[in-house]
Write a new protein. Structure first.
Length: 256
């Protein structure tokens, strides 16, 4: 199933995900289509966290003995112990995060091990791709992982000048020369800027929202004993509409 063929379903076809990088305090809250795959979510996280697609990644659920979701390689899945491996290109968010409170870990860079904790929140009010909240700076490639990054962020906040001459500190690593540079870096980009980057990263995802059930009930007449068919749905003689939404199987509505 190509990305262009996927359609969204559910209450409004979208879900809200909180992406955290503990213990740095860096958080992104995003609204994305349920029909997206985990591979698409990887692209989304790279965009809103400021990563540069420089390292390997996978999703993990269920702790040490849980399931790994990754992109199959030419020889199948990459060896990673004896844990069960699933295809991230075929697993939708609706299946990965079936209900509010569902969690998963996204690990980026197996050397530094940047472990992002992802949690499904209440569904968004508006069905749109957006970064709803952005807290803290971006991630920092090859900086040694989130624990070193968290300590370096603390040191930078407490004493920006002392960090400037430390080649292993953030200011020296990134090149923050003035207090304004430090302030700007720590604040990170706004949710509006992150939204633009998120939409660009997910421009390949085609989102089709199912029609409003109430509107559909009054706009489509009951065909009587005959069965009316279109490319997308079937209406039987009892007044039921059967719509194939691909991800959730049959989407059934009753005509009043």
């Amino acid at each position: 199933m190509k990305a262009s063929d996927r359609t969204a379903s559910g209450s409004n076809g979208f879900m809200t995900l909180k992406v955290e990088l503990p213990p740095t305090g860096i958080v992104r809250t995003i609204s994305v289509p349920e029909c997206m795959t985990l591979e698409d979510l990887h692209e989304a996280i790279q965009a809103v966290m400021g990563w540069g697609h420089e390292h390997l990644w996978h999703f993990v659920t269920g702790g040490r003995d849980g399931v790994i979701y990754e992109v199959p390689h030419d020889d199948g899945f990459a060896a990673f112990g004896r844990r069960l491996k699933m295809d991230a290109t075929k697993t939708t968010l609706g299946k990965a995060f079936p209900k509010r409170g569902a969690k998963m870990t996204y690990e980026y860079d197996f050397g530094d091990s940047w472990d992002h904790v992802i949690t499904r929140l209440a569904d968004p009010k508006e069905p749109e791709i957006a970064c709803l909240k952005s807290e803290g700076p971006d991630g920092l490639e090859d900086f040694g992982g989130q624990w070193h990054y968290a300590e370096s962020l603390r040191a930078l906040r407490e004493n920006p000048d002392s960090d400037k001459d430390d080649e292993y500190g953030i200011a020296g690593w990134v090149g923050l020369d003035t207090p304004e540079d430090v302030e700007h870096y720590l604040a990170g980009e706004s949710a509006e800027v992150k939204t633009q980057k998120l939409k660009a990263a997910l421009s390949h995802v085609k989102v089709v929202i199912p029609p409003n059930p109430e509107k559909l009930l009054y706009d489509i007449p009951v065909p009587g004993p005959m069965i009316a068919t279109t490319e997308d749905c079937v209406v039987d003689d009892r007044g039921y509409i059967y719509m194939d939404t691909w991800m959730d199987g049959l989407y059934i509505l009753k005509i009043k």
